[in-house]
Structures are given as C-alpha cells and as structure tokens.
Write a protein of this length. Structure first.
Length: 399
C-alpha cells in the first residue's frame, strides 16, 4: 500500500455507527500513541491507575520523561527505623523515593520500629518493640495518614516484634523474640499465636508469606545460635520444623527469608551464609559460595527467581547473584562515609530495580539506596529526618 493512501475505518460506539478517514501515516502514529498510553496503566501488582494527559503526542520530545514520571508516581513505599534515643519513625514515598516524608510527629514514636510490609498503595503494617505491656503492631488503610495500633495486653505478647509479612489487606504474619509467631486474618481486629508448643525459646528474626497458605519464619536457638526454620503450607493451621535434620550443621543464626513461590525459598544469616530450598524447605542447600562478607552478617534477601537474588549485608555491602549463588557481585551502596553502614533491608520490583536501607554503626543515621540498573550503581535518596532505617517495602514489589 502506498504512503498516504486513504483508509476507511468503521467503528461502532454504543448503537451509533460512523466513519472516520485516516491516512496510513496518521493511523500508525495513532496506534503508537495508543500503545504508549496503554503502558501507563500497567503496574506490577500495585492496585492503581494513572490520569492520562490527553495532549501527549509522539511529537512531544518529553514523552518518555512524562511516562517515566507517571510510572514512578505509582511506586508507593514505606521505610521504618529509629534514632539514637530509640524513637521510632515511619517515612513514606509516592514517587519511587524521589521524595520521602515522615508520617509520625517530630519526636517519633516511643519504640524502635523493626519491620514493614506494604500490601497496596493504601494499606501497610509496621511492627516494633514492646511498649505499654505488649509488642507494637501498627496498620494504615489510608496511605499512612493515620496509623492505628492493634492488639492489646494479653493478646499480643510483651515482646519485641521483629518482622511482618502481609499477603492481603486482611492477612498477615508477625514474628518476634521468645517464639512469638502471630497471625491475623481479619485485618488485625484479632491476632492468634501459632505453633505455640514448637518453639517457646526461638528468637525469630524474619517471616515471609508467599500467599495465604505458605509462610516461613526463621531465627535461631538462643543458647546454641543454630539455625531454626518453621514452615506452614496450610495458612498456619500446622507448622513443620526445619532445623538440624534438614539444615547443615554449621549454619548459624538466620536473619532473612524470602520465597519466590511455594517451593523456591532463600534464607540468609550470620557468617555470610546463603541457603536455597527447591522443595519448600524439606531440604536446604547452601549456595556454592557464601557471600564474600566473611564472619559478618547477611541481613536480608530478596529473590527474583531461583538464580537471581540480592542480599543486604554489613559494611555497606549489597551482593547480587545471577547464577544461584555460584558467584556474587559485590555492590557498594553510596554513603556519605561519615560512619560504617549496615545494609539491613532490601526490596525489589525486578532484576533491575531495587531499594535498600541501612543502619549506622555509631547509631547516627542510616540511608536509603536505589538502583535501576541491577546494582551497577546505587544512588542515595534523601530522608526527611535523621534516623536509622531497618526495613523498606513497596506496594507491588517482591517483598
């Protein structure tokens, strides 16, 4: 067909038929615009839509800049931590971290905040140390405009809570010291203690739920410092212990866990250990090589699949593998150099884009770091307050 030839296009709108004429060149441009506009509505699990600028055309040189800004606008996340006085802070972004704002009063909350899990752009949970006789669980359903403390004395143990993993606005698990493993299935109106007789002394460090049925909690025996894992595949009705019978003897405290699906699970911990399970935890295999950190800690993990994962570690180190842990790329977070930074939390959307947060060794102030190129470069993002950060979570991200 020759360029410029007139095409006759018939469209039906409700019950009215009409005809429009286009040149072939105009049709191609229209289709391209429609494809680009359609991309604006694509999200990775986050439940949001975008307002479309009706004036966007292929002729605008800033088209892709506008697309990028609109994409980032939907990346809603929270990070939590505490300052030198152990006051807790929650910070929030709605544009992928270009801007962070505090969601608590200037002085912070009267407890350390340790964990956060974003369900969607409106709903998130935060957990932290005990205060007023019970562990701290906070929940928002309006993007953090209001955080409500959940539970009460007697229902929530008087223990520090370390991590939370939510799979929906109604269902979440929380873990903490002295064997605390809690679940809610009604948005936190009530919490039940699970696996009560299985691990009264275990210090749980992390929990991850892949869905409403499959979840893992990791930690260690406090006396021996040996690894301990619990797994459920029926929503917590029963839990299976995964310890020295399926974990290598030399594996110590486990600090982070993340599941790709109900079978592929990664866990990390002390002395550079990284383990993978391909059968939901019935067996665990150390990666061919530990991360190069030596005797220090791997603190958190986010896995893309059975091959690709990031590990957050001590001394500003972030490790990245593309071959299931056979080799590790050492990626350094860009810090101001004023203090040693421990990277303690990490989340990712895919193998290219991730965020990490850190604690300062002197208790002064941690950082937020962002990569869009698989970790080739990590860029520091600006915090609204001077505080250490423990965990970070984005709506629609992998954790």
């Amino acid at each position: 067909m020759k360029a410029g030839k007139t095409l006759l296009v018939k469209r039906r709108f409700c019950t009215k038929a009409f005809e429009d004429t286009f040149t072939e060149d105009k049709m191609k441009k229209l289709m391209a615009v429609l494809i680009l506009v359609g991309m604006l509505f694509v999200t990775i699990g986050a439940d949001f839509t975008h307002e479309i600028n009706k004036d966007v055309t292929l002729e605008q040189s800033s088209l892709f800049d506008q697309l990028t800004k609109r994409w980032k606008r939907g990346k809603v996340g929270w990070a939590v931590g505490s300052d030198k006085q152990n006051n807790g802070f929650i910070i929030y972004t709605k544009d992928g971290g270009e801007n962070w704002v505090s969601q608590v009063d200037e002085g912070g909350l009267p407890m350390i905040l340790s964990g956060v899990s974003a369900v969607n752009r409106n709903t998130a949970w935060v957990v932290g140390d005990a205060h007023d006789g019970y562990g701290t669980i906070l929940r928002t359903r309006n993007r953090g405009k209001k955080w409500v403390r959940q539970g009460s004395v007697g229902e929530i143990p008087n223990m520090n809570l370390h991590a939370v993993s939510a799979v929906s606005p109604s269902t979440a698990w929380v873990v903490g010291g002295s064997g605390v493993l809690l679940k809610t299935k009604n948005a936190g109106r009530s919490w039940e203690q699970q696996a009560v007789d299985m691990k009264p002394e275990i210090d749980f460090q992390d929990v991850y739920a892949f869905d409403k049925k499959h979840a893992w909690a990791v930690g260690a025996y406090p006396k021996t410092q040996k690894a301990y894992i619990l797994h459920t595949k029926n929503g917590g009705k029963t839990w299976a212990k995964q310890d020295k019978s399926v974990i290598p003897e030399d594996v110590g405290v486990l600090i982070g866990v993340h599941a790709v699906n109900q079978d592929i699970v990664w866990t990390v911990g002390r002395n550079g250990f990284v383990m993978i399970s391909f059968d939901g935890g019935q067996t665990w295999m150390p990666t061919t090589k530990r991360t190069p950190i030596g005797l220090y800690d791997n603190n958190h993990v986010v896995a893309i699949n059975n091959k690709i994962a990031w590990v957050a570690a001590d001394y500003s180190n972030i490790y990245y593998t593309k071959d299931g842990g056979n080799t590790w790329d050492v990626q350094k977070a860009i810090t101001d150099g004023s203090s040693t930074q421990y990277i303690v939390g990490i989340t990712a959307f895919n193998e290219k884009e991730a965020w990490a947060v850190s604690n300062a060794s002197d208790g002064s102030s941690g950082g937020i770091y962002h990569t869009q190129d698989g970790g080739a470069k990590w860029v520091s993002q600006t915090k609204p307050i001077k505080t250490n950060l423990n965990r970070i979570s984005f709506a629609g991200a992998l954790r």
